[in-house]
Design a protein around this ligand. Structure first.
Ligand SMILES: Cc1ncc(COP(=O)(O)O)c(C=O)c1O
Length: 474
């Protein structure tokens, strides 16, 4: 592709994206394709000669859009808000166009310094103290793995410089049973081993039961194990429950255990000063991760990891082979030593474009709107006959069930209730108007609405509530 062809096709592509976003509400939210259909639409042999550029673009509409659920749709209430502001999309395109790789400061000073700057902007926006220093990772899963590796090395006094973990007493790690699956995965990848991973029971509000945490840590220490880390969930995935960070820190500090705060989705609420008491104690934690690529609205992937002691992180992650050494070593940041990957995408650019072109005020306003919309839907559910909230509403996440009586007047329970819940959610999803992902709480299926897609206004939530009420009638 030469420059003129790029320019021509690029203009068409931008036009297409703008139209796609503008008209997205006309599409079904959940993809309707059958498994294998997308693949069958393409030649199974790799192209050897250039294809018609128009045909490549046309396939976006013909195959690729139908083959996706529409995360940017106003009727999207699934998983978590995964917004992709158009301003940040431009930043991502700019980053790809520049084609730079952040191997070290010298290779890409702008990449390094804008990552430092945008992480510091974001830190200020969520009200963290200047002592926190951030870097951008692909996902919160990676950020959590980095944090657990830091915890492991602190607790084992740098076993990686000796024979690894097999030399010392086993380490233990703790998280709420409601924590995201990436937390357990990080502990497993950090070689903690299932026998030494404790998923702590929940309290009545789906937060980690901190009495149970204290008991588990004391028991482990009494048995000669070394409590190494506690992961606190600020916004657990199912219910958005917020663990008591202050209490967790207090308990963990008795053992010198690392505290990582996983605020992947809910951390964006901390842009609103009035919500910051929810993560009280965070300043005493060791690391915090927040996904700018969720509710905040920077296009995937953009997960920010903050640490209080970068020198510890660097000591865990640094290798420093000769081919990466440069004459500028001591007075610059080498972000390769802040995480797992060597090669670094210019992710800061999408955060920079997002913040400069949209501004934090508009992002705050949108987050407030979503919280108000969730409060409105909560009120409708509470007031409606046979509807019940299955967990205390937290931020923009609501869990609910429709529990109609059986024909004989007895309550619908057990598997029949599960079947009813899954049926109305499926009816709603199949309608194309909305997309919900149900979840299991205490062994029973529950409906779940995660509000916060960028175009979702009050009218859309009203439409959702009407559609939910229709869906339960079959
Ligand atoms: C609380 C929480 N932690 C971690 C993750 C994992 O995020 P990522 O996809 O960035 O790894 C999620 C995503 O759903 C989440 O909600």
């Amino acid at each position: 592709m030469n420059h003129d062809e790029f320019r021509n096709l690029g203009h068409q592509l931008i036009d297409w994206i703008a139209d796609y976003r503008r008209d997205i509400a006309e599409r079904p939210v959940r993809s309707r394709v059958e498994p294998g259909w997308v693949r069958q639409q393409f030649d199974q042999e790799p192209p050897t000669t250039p294809d018609d550029p128009q045909a490549v673009l046309d396939d976006l509409e013909r195959v690729i859009v139908p083959g996706l659920s529409q995360f940017q749709h106003p009727g999207y209430y699934a998983f978590f808000p995964a917004n992709a502001s158009l301003a940040s999309v431009l930043g991502d395109i700019a980053g790809a166009g520049l084609g730079a790789v952040g191997l070290n400061w010298e290779a890409a000073p702008a990449l390094t310094e804008l990552e430092e700057l945008t992480c510091d902007w974001f830190r200020q926006l969520v009200g963290l103290d200047p002592k926190w220093q951030g870097s951008i990772h692909d996902t919160a899963s990676t950020a959590c793995l980095v944090a657990t590796l830091c915890a492991r090395e602190r607790a084992s006094d740098f076993a990686l410089n000796r024979g690894g973990l097999r030399d010392g007493p086993p380490l233990t790690m703790y998280a709420s049973g409601q924590a995201h699956s990436s937390v357990e995965k990080a502990m497993l990848l950090a070689d903690i081993g299932r026998d030494h991973i404790r998923m702590i029971e929940r309290d009545e509000s789906f937060r980690m039961d901190t009495d149970k945490l204290a008991e588990a840590m004391a028991r482990d220490r009494d048995q000669g194990l070394v409590p190494a880390a506690v992961i606190a969930s600020v916004g657990a995935t199912g219910t958005a429950a917020i663990d008591s960070v202050a209490k967790i820190v207090e308990i963990a500090q008795t053992y010198g255990a690392w505290v990582h705060v996983d605020a992947a989705m809910a951390g964006s609420a901390m842009l609103l000063e009035e919500y910051r008491p929810l993560w009280q104690g965070v300043e005493e934690a060791d690391s915090v991760s927040i996904n700018a690529h969720k509710w905040f609205g920077t296009v995937f992937d953009c997960s920010l990891l903050y640490v209080r002691e970068p020198q510890h992180l660097i000591r865990v992650m640094s290798t420093n082979p000769s081919y990466l050494r440069t004459h500028r070593a001591d007075d610059v940041t080498q972000l390769r030593d802040w995480g797992i990957a060597l090669g670094r995408r210019f992710r800061a650019l999408k955060l920079l474009f997002h913040l400069r072109l949209d501004g934090a005020d508009a992002i705050r306003e949108r987050i407030r709107r979503d919280l108000d919309n969730a409060a409105w839907l909560r009120d409708q559910i509470e007031a409606a006959e046979h509807w019940t909230l299955t967990a205390p509403p937290s931020l923009q996440t609501l869990c609910m069930r429709h529990e109609p009586p059986e024909a004989d007047g007895s309550p619908l329970t057990g598997e029949a209730l599960d079947a009813h819940t899954l049926a109305w959610v499926e009816t709603l999803n199949a309608s194309g108007k909305a997309y919900l992902t149900p979840t299991v709480l205490d062994g029973r299926w529950t409906g779940r609405v995660s509000i916060g897609a960028e175009p979702t206004e009050r009218g859309d939530v009203e439409t959702l509530w009407q559609a939910m009420q229709q869906a339960v009638t079959g």
